[in-house]
Design a protein around this ligand. Sequence first.
Ligand SMILES: N[C@@H](CCC(=O)N[C@@H](CS)C(=O)NCC(=O)O)C(=O)O
Length: 206
Amino acid sequence: MQLYTWPTSPFGAKVWALAIATGLNAQITKVPYHPWQTDPELSKLNPLNKIPVLITPDGEGLYDSPVICEYLIEQSGKDELLENKWCNLRQQALADGIMDAGVLVRYETHFRPSHLQCQDWLNRQLNAIHRGLDVLNKENLTDTLTLGTISIASALAYIELRKVCDWRENRSQLSNWYDTIRHHPALEQSKPTDCPLPANLIKLRE
Ligand SMILES: N[C@@H](CCC(=O)N[C@@H](CS)C(=O)NCC(=O)O)C(=O)O
Protein backbone atom coordinates (compact mmCIF):
# COMPACT_ATOMS: atom_id res chain seq x y z
CA MET A 1 0.00 0.00 0.00
CA GLN A 2 1.06 3.61 -0.48
CA LEU A 3 0.25 6.63 1.67
CA TYR A 4 0.39 10.08 0.11
CA THR A 5 1.30 12.37 2.97
CA TRP A 6 3.60 15.17 4.07
CA PRO A 7 5.69 15.42 7.29
CA THR A 8 3.85 18.50 8.60
CA SER A 9 0.33 17.13 8.08
CA PRO A 10 -1.52 16.38 11.35
CA PHE A 11 -3.98 14.18 9.45
CA GLY A 12 -1.08 12.26 7.89
CA ALA A 13 0.50 11.96 11.35
CA LYS A 14 -2.71 10.52 12.78
CA VAL A 15 -2.95 7.92 9.98
CA TRP A 16 0.71 6.95 10.35
CA ALA A 17 0.43 6.54 14.14
CA LEU A 18 -2.65 4.42 13.62
CA ALA A 19 -0.85 2.38 10.95
CA ILE A 20 1.96 1.70 13.47
CA ALA A 21 -0.58 0.80 16.15
CA THR A 22 -2.22 -1.73 13.80
CA GLY A 23 1.15 -3.13 12.67
CA LEU A 24 0.23 -2.44 9.04
CA ASN A 25 2.87 0.30 8.67
CA ALA A 26 5.33 -2.33 7.41
CA GLN A 27 3.07 -2.84 4.39
CA ILE A 28 2.77 0.87 3.58
CA THR A 29 5.22 3.04 1.66
CA LYS A 30 4.98 6.77 2.27
CA VAL A 31 4.83 8.96 -0.84
CA PRO A 32 5.79 12.56 0.01
CA TYR A 33 3.17 14.89 -1.42
CA HIS A 34 2.91 18.53 -0.39
CA PRO A 35 -0.74 19.50 0.10
CA TRP A 36 -0.45 22.53 -2.17
CA GLN A 37 0.75 20.57 -5.16
CA THR A 38 -1.93 19.78 -7.71
CA ASP A 39 -0.74 16.63 -9.34
CA PRO A 40 -3.42 15.24 -11.70
CA GLU A 41 -2.46 11.75 -10.54
CA LEU A 42 -3.47 12.60 -6.97
CA SER A 43 -6.61 14.39 -8.19
CA LYS A 44 -7.66 11.14 -9.85
CA LEU A 45 -7.29 9.36 -6.51
CA ASN A 46 -8.85 12.15 -4.44
CA PRO A 47 -10.65 14.86 -6.43
CA LEU A 48 -10.38 17.15 -3.39
CA ASN A 49 -6.58 16.99 -3.82
CA LYS A 50 -6.05 16.69 -0.10
CA ILE A 51 -3.73 14.42 1.80
CA PRO A 52 -3.58 11.85 3.27
CA VAL A 53 -4.65 9.35 0.61
CA LEU A 54 -4.08 5.62 0.99
CA ILE A 55 -3.73 3.45 -2.09
CA THR A 56 -5.08 0.03 -1.18
CA PRO A 57 -3.72 -3.24 -2.67
CA ASP A 58 -6.48 -3.16 -5.32
CA GLY A 59 -5.36 0.33 -6.44
CA GLU A 60 -8.22 2.26 -4.91
CA GLY A 61 -7.53 5.70 -3.38
CA LEU A 62 -9.03 5.96 0.10
CA TYR A 63 -9.67 9.31 1.81
CA ASP A 64 -10.21 11.13 4.10
CA SER A 65 -8.22 10.30 7.24
CA PRO A 66 -11.12 8.83 9.31
CA VAL A 67 -11.95 6.49 6.41
CA ILE A 68 -8.30 5.42 6.10
CA CYS A 69 -8.12 4.81 9.87
CA GLU A 70 -11.27 2.71 9.86
CA TYR A 71 -9.94 0.71 6.89
CA LEU A 72 -6.63 0.01 8.66
CA ILE A 73 -8.40 -1.05 11.86
CA GLU A 74 -10.68 -3.40 9.93
CA GLN A 75 -7.82 -4.89 7.88
CA SER A 76 -5.67 -5.48 10.96
CA GLY A 77 -8.46 -6.85 13.16
CA LYS A 78 -7.23 -4.57 16.00
CA ASP A 79 -10.76 -3.76 17.08
CA GLU A 80 -9.54 -2.62 20.51
CA LEU A 81 -8.40 0.63 18.86
CA LEU A 82 -12.09 1.37 18.36
CA GLU A 83 -13.39 0.00 21.64
CA ASN A 84 -16.11 2.27 22.96
CA LYS A 85 -16.69 3.19 19.33
CA TRP A 86 -18.84 6.31 19.64
CA CYS A 87 -16.52 7.90 22.19
CA ASN A 88 -13.55 7.21 19.92
CA LEU A 89 -15.28 8.55 16.82
CA ARG A 90 -16.38 11.70 18.67
CA GLN A 91 -12.87 12.28 20.00
CA GLN A 92 -11.50 11.80 16.49
CA ALA A 93 -14.05 14.28 15.10
CA LEU A 94 -13.12 16.84 17.76
CA ALA A 95 -9.38 16.35 17.18
CA ASP A 96 -9.87 16.57 13.40
CA GLY A 97 -11.79 19.82 13.86
CA ILE A 98 -8.93 21.22 15.93
CA MET A 99 -6.52 20.14 13.18
CA ASP A 100 -8.72 21.75 10.49
CA ALA A 101 -8.85 25.05 12.38
CA GLY A 102 -5.12 24.86 13.20
CA VAL A 103 -4.20 24.28 9.56
CA LEU A 104 -6.41 27.24 8.51
CA VAL A 105 -4.68 29.49 11.08
CA ARG A 106 -1.33 28.35 9.74
CA TYR A 107 -2.31 29.02 6.11
CA GLU A 108 -3.70 32.47 6.97
CA THR A 109 -0.76 33.63 9.08
CA HIS A 110 2.02 32.01 7.10
CA PHE A 111 1.02 32.18 3.45
CA ARG A 112 -1.25 35.24 3.25
CA PRO A 113 0.40 38.66 3.29
CA SER A 114 -0.26 40.32 6.66
CA HIS A 115 -2.28 43.21 5.17
CA LEU A 116 -4.75 40.69 3.72
CA GLN A 117 -5.18 38.64 6.87
CA CYS A 118 -8.59 38.75 8.54
CA GLN A 119 -8.37 38.89 12.34
CA ASP A 120 -12.07 38.11 12.89
CA TRP A 121 -11.76 34.98 10.81
CA LEU A 122 -8.56 33.98 12.62
CA ASN A 123 -10.27 34.52 15.98
CA ARG A 124 -13.14 32.31 14.87
CA GLN A 125 -10.72 29.44 14.19
CA LEU A 126 -8.80 30.06 17.42
CA ASN A 127 -12.01 30.15 19.46
CA ALA A 128 -13.06 26.79 18.02
CA ILE A 129 -9.65 25.37 18.95
CA HIS A 130 -9.85 26.72 22.51
CA ARG A 131 -13.40 25.43 23.05
CA GLY A 132 -12.34 22.00 21.79
CA LEU A 133 -9.27 21.96 24.02
CA ASP A 134 -11.39 22.96 27.05
CA VAL A 135 -13.62 19.93 26.44
CA LEU A 136 -10.61 17.62 26.07
CA ASN A 137 -9.08 19.03 29.27
CA LYS A 138 -12.14 17.78 31.19
CA GLU A 139 -12.18 14.31 29.62
CA ASN A 140 -10.89 11.27 31.39
CA LEU A 141 -8.43 10.34 28.65
CA THR A 142 -6.80 6.93 28.74
CA ASP A 143 -3.02 6.50 28.38
CA THR A 144 -3.52 3.64 25.93
CA LEU A 145 -3.58 4.09 22.18
CA THR A 146 -7.04 4.23 20.65
CA LEU A 147 -8.33 5.99 17.56
CA GLY A 148 -9.44 8.82 19.87
CA THR A 149 -6.20 9.27 21.81
CA ILE A 150 -4.08 8.99 18.65
CA SER A 151 -6.19 11.70 17.01
CA ILE A 152 -6.01 14.03 20.02
CA ALA A 153 -2.24 13.58 20.43
CA SER A 154 -1.69 14.26 16.70
CA ALA A 155 -3.77 17.45 16.92
CA LEU A 156 -1.83 18.69 19.98
CA ALA A 157 1.50 17.88 18.32
CA TYR A 158 0.50 20.01 15.32
CA ILE A 159 -0.73 22.95 17.45
CA GLU A 160 2.59 22.81 19.29
CA LEU A 161 4.72 22.48 16.12
CA ARG A 162 3.05 25.47 14.43
CA LYS A 163 2.67 27.47 17.66
CA VAL A 164 -0.98 28.02 16.75
CA CYS A 165 -1.78 29.03 20.34
CA ASP A 166 -0.62 28.42 23.89
CA TRP A 167 -2.78 25.32 24.31
CA ARG A 168 -1.27 24.26 27.66
CA GLU A 169 -2.22 27.40 29.59
CA ASN A 170 -4.85 26.53 32.26
CA ARG A 171 -5.14 22.99 30.89
CA SER A 172 -2.90 21.03 33.22
CA GLN A 173 -4.89 17.78 32.96
CA LEU A 174 -4.64 17.68 29.16
CA SER A 175 -1.04 18.86 29.28
CA ASN A 176 -0.02 16.11 31.74
CA TRP A 177 -1.87 13.49 29.73
CA TYR A 178 -0.10 14.56 26.53
CA ASP A 179 3.32 14.53 28.18
CA THR A 180 2.79 10.87 29.07
CA ILE A 181 1.24 9.56 25.86
CA ARG A 182 3.48 11.47 23.46
CA HIS A 183 6.39 9.16 24.38
CA HIS A 184 4.56 6.17 22.96
CA PRO A 185 6.70 4.92 20.02
CA ALA A 186 3.78 5.11 17.57
CA LEU A 187 3.32 8.79 18.39
CA GLU A 188 7.03 9.63 18.54
CA GLN A 189 7.55 8.06 15.11
CA SER A 190 4.64 9.86 13.51
CA LYS A 191 4.46 13.33 15.05
CA PRO A 192 4.22 16.21 12.58
CA THR A 193 7.65 17.68 11.87
CA ASP A 194 8.77 20.76 10.00
CA CYS A 195 9.92 20.29 6.44
CA PRO A 196 11.04 22.76 3.74
CA LEU A 197 8.56 23.65 1.03
CA PRO A 198 9.21 21.90 -2.30
CA ALA A 199 11.18 24.22 -4.62
CA ASN A 200 8.25 24.75 -7.02
CA LEU A 201 6.09 26.06 -4.14
CA ILE A 202 8.54 28.49 -2.56
CA LYS A 203 6.97 31.40 -4.48
CA LEU A 204 3.89 30.99 -2.25
CA ARG A 205 5.84 32.60 0.57
CA GLU A 206 7.30 35.51 -1.44
N1 LIG B 1 -10.75 15.96 6.33
C1 LIG B 1 -9.46 15.69 5.73
C2 LIG B 1 -8.56 16.89 5.89
C3 LIG B 1 -7.24 16.72 5.17
C4 LIG B 1 -6.52 18.05 4.98
O1 LIG B 1 -7.07 19.14 5.19
N2 LIG B 1 -5.27 17.95 4.57
C5 LIG B 1 -4.49 19.15 4.28
C6 LIG B 1 -3.04 18.96 4.67
S1 LIG B 1 -2.84 18.86 6.40
C7 LIG B 1 -4.53 19.37 2.78
O2 LIG B 1 -4.36 18.45 2.03
N3 LIG B 1 -4.75 20.62 2.35
C8 LIG B 1 -4.72 20.95 0.96
C9 LIG B 1 -5.83 21.91 0.60
O3 LIG B 1 -6.56 22.35 1.51
O4 LIG B 1 -5.98 22.17 -0.58
C10 LIG B 1 -8.86 14.42 6.37
O5 LIG B 1 -9.24 14.09 7.49
O6 LIG B 1 -8.03 13.75 5.72
